[in-house]
Design a protein around this ligand. Sequence first.
Ligand code: NAP
Length: 229
Amino acid sequence: MKTILITGSNKGIGYETAKQLMRLGHRVILSGRDESKIRLAAASLEKEGGEIQLLEMDVSVPEGIQSAADLLRGRQLKLDVLINNAGIVHKSDRDLSKDSEDVLQTTLTTNSLGPLRVVRTMLPLMAPGSRIINISSGGGSMTDPVGGWSPAYCVSKSLLNAITRHLAYELEDRKISVNAVSPGWVKTDMGGKSAPRSVERGAETLVWMATTKSIPTGMFFRDKKVIPW
Ligand code: NAP
């Protein structure tokens, strides 16, 4: 049984990943910024098998991340896998040259600095052989054409990709792998109804990365295959 922390897992891809991992018999730490939402989500996962723990953690609040890590330490938990899934897209994120300061701040704090802070704070709970999986996006790619949608979001995912590469380099000696995953365009509150992928499909590569025997480090994945940054 692996112990797997998934940030922002009260709904969407994070919730579905939690469900699939529980069905495989793992201990999932279901986490979110709103305690009542995590409790509701956990109640609907009770019969899935495995084990569930709840953790209130807003990834945009550094002190909150520290308290969450202290709580896990108090429960004597070690993390085998950390999935940085929590993310936002602002409705008014339309134009990088005009977006408000608030859009820039909240997007970068939640999607880029948040995952980095979660890694820095949770690292003492991670032993050699453990894995960090950062949920990125095709929008963060530096090789695909620039798409003209939610530019602050796309920049935040490019930054998350850069963070992934640097952390992979720094943590290689400690045998902790760090990779980024693009889940594709997925039907969730964020992806919307027109998205071609089911949430089950969106979670597939994450479940595989969390559980497969061995994975490389410092790579960008989609559909279980390495893709260009
Ligand atoms: P979603 O349904 O909107 O779920 C996002 C989750 O993140 C929710 O649980 C949300 O909590 C949580 N969250 C947001 N800000 C948070 C914070 N500050 N602290 C803790 N949790 C926070 O979105 P999704 O589609 O499942 O997206 C999951 C990940 O996949 C994101 O990183 C997203 O960028 C990425 N992604 C999604 C798609 C897509 O097409 N859906 C494509 C590429 C990448 P609340 O319920 O409290 O808001």
